[in-house]
Design a binder for this molecule. Structure first.
Ligand SMILES: Cc1cc2nc3c(=O)[nH]c(=O)nc-3n(C[C@H](O)[C@H](O)[C@H](O)COP(=O)(O)OP(=O)(O)OC[C@H]3O[C@@H](n4cnc5c(N)ncnc54)[C@H](O)[C@@H]3O)c2cc1C
Length: 424
């Protein structure tokens, strides 16, 4: 049953003869959809956000137990959230700045490591680590006060596009009309399929096991990542209060085994992998959440706009691209889609409607490079560290050491990791 969360005028009854056309409909209630809806309403565009999970605002995370979904937020995300005037409202006591990153190869040799430092790069921090819900909660608070925004708690069942805009049919049988539709409906994007936008997809045959730990050693505001023989990757990301968030990418079979471990078995596990380095760096680790596993894959939509001949829909976030979490960049990339779309719409010539194909093509062109580069790098790194031949093993470990000695390459790497979000 659909429910209008604000202002009843948006809900159009079935078969309304004179259907009102709003400026933009944002389909999806994840962080990308929320940030985009907020930005569009702030631009003065009449916006409707539709998703089946908008029924309740996300509560502010509190207490000692931290949420399961912990993300690395890059400076480009910080810039977007500041532009949307919500960064200062975020609960910073639950956000950990990252000053250093240490990445270790899989031979256990001292020189097979890469150290990236905020100090060396001349930036206050490389990223922030925090709960998804901290950002979602703050976005929900801001969205409540937008008078240009209406929110509908329902799923979109199908879309019809014509030369003037798009008509959305909702699960409750009602219909909406918008000049522009933003598809923020996630990795399996029903709108992407409806529009016939093809994808290239590959399963990594891996799952990511995530869990939070309290450590006895100070984490030194450092994000650690260990490549293990056989292709597993273990990241330990720093959190406030001497905690770390683990992302362990491994085979689905091993993920299932890891989910069964109790505290004693985890302690044993940590001391036996990565030559005991995890324990050496972080001390003993006490489980502070229920571990969970997520399957990993790569997805890339062939187009960021659709349909081909008469685009009225823009894809953002996971609807456009999904990547391996080894670089912690999936959502950050999605929020750069949002930043670019907002920038293009805010700078549009006065004679152009928000669904003008020149604007949509501009959006697609501007997002291609960043997306291709990040998908390529994460994919190649993942595969290089999964390869089992002696040559590849030597190459990847030698590569880490080599990059570590090159100030120039390190700066370029950091620049890419920081990302850039365009506004003014
Ligand atoms: C283990 C792991 C760790 C990660 N770590 C990081 C990290 O550190 N940093 C980072 O940047 N990224 C990270 N990511 C990636 C990040 O989780 C995703 O990129 C991000 O959550 C995608 O957000 P989104 O808003 O695009 O989509 P989603 O959050 O998937 O939201 C999709 C929305 O669409 C709605 N929807 C679906 N179908 C319909 C429909 N028919 N009608 C209406 N609404 C619909 C859904 O209800 C939902 O609200 C990680 C991913 C994994 C798996």
């Amino acid at each position: 049953m659909s429910e209008v969360l604000q202002n009843n005028s948006a809900k159009l009854p079935k078969n309304t003869p004179q259907m009102r056309t709003i400026d933009v409909a944002v389909v999806g209630g994840g962080i990308a959809g929320k940030a985009c809806a907020l930005g569009l309403a702030q631009l003065g565009l009449q916006t409707i956000q539709i998703a089946p999970d908008l029924g309740q605002t996300v509560p502010a995370p509190q207490g000692e137990q931290w949420g399961q979904r912990i993300y690395a937020f890059s400076p480009s995300t910080q810039k977007l959230l500041a532009h949307l005037q919500i960064w200062d409202a975020v609960d910073h006591s639950r956000m950990q700045p990252v000053r250093d990153m240490r990445i270790f190869g899989d031979r256990g040799e001292k020189h097979d490591q890469l150290h990236l430092s905020a100090f060396e790069a001349g930036t206050p921090q490389l990223a922030w680590i925090g709960e998804s819900n901290v950002i979602e909660h703050t976005l929900d608070q801001a969205l409540r006060f937008q008078n240009k925004l209406e929110r509908i708690n329902d799923a979109v069942e199908n879309i019809q596009v014509d030369s003037d805009g798009a008509t959305l049919h909702l699960a409750n049988g009602s219909t909406l009309r918008a000049l522009l539709v933003v598809a923020a409906d996630g990795a399996n994007s029903p709108l992407r399929s409806e529009l016939g936008i093809s994808t290239t997809e590959e399963s990594y045959l891996q799952s990511a096991v995530v869990a939070n730990w309290i450590c006895t050693n100070a984490h030194l505001e450092t994000a650690y990542q260990w490549f293990l023989p056989g292709g597993d990757i273990v990241a330990m990301l720093p959190l406030p209060n001497k905690q770390v968030s683990m992302v362990w990418s491994t085979s689905p079979e091993n993920a299932a085994e890891l989910l069964k471990l109790d505290q004693a078995a985890w302690t044993e596990k940590f001391s036996s992998i990565a030559n005991g380095e995890i324990v050496k760096q972080l001390g003993s680790l006490t489980l502070n959440s229920t571990p969970a596993a997520f399957p990993l894959r790569r997805v890339r939509a062939s187009r960021f706009i659709g349909p081909d001949d008469n685009p009225k829909v823009a894809l953002i976030g996971d609807a456009a691209h999904v990547m391996h979490p080894l670089a912690g960049q999936g959502l950050n990339l999605g929020l750069r889609d949002v930043a670019t779309l907002l920038h293009i719409l805010s700078k549009r010539e006065s004679f152009r409607l928000p669904n003008d194909k020149v604007l949509l093509r501009r959006y697609e062109r501007q997002r291609q490079g960043d997306t291709s580069a990040l998908l390529w790098v994460t994919d190649k790194l993942k595969k290089l560290f999964s390869a089992s031949s002696g040559t590849e093993k030597q190459l990847r470990n030698w590569g880490l050491g080599l990059v570590n000695r090159s100030h120039f390459i390190k700066r370029r790497l950091i620049e890419r990791a920081l990302g850039d979000a365009d506004f003014e």
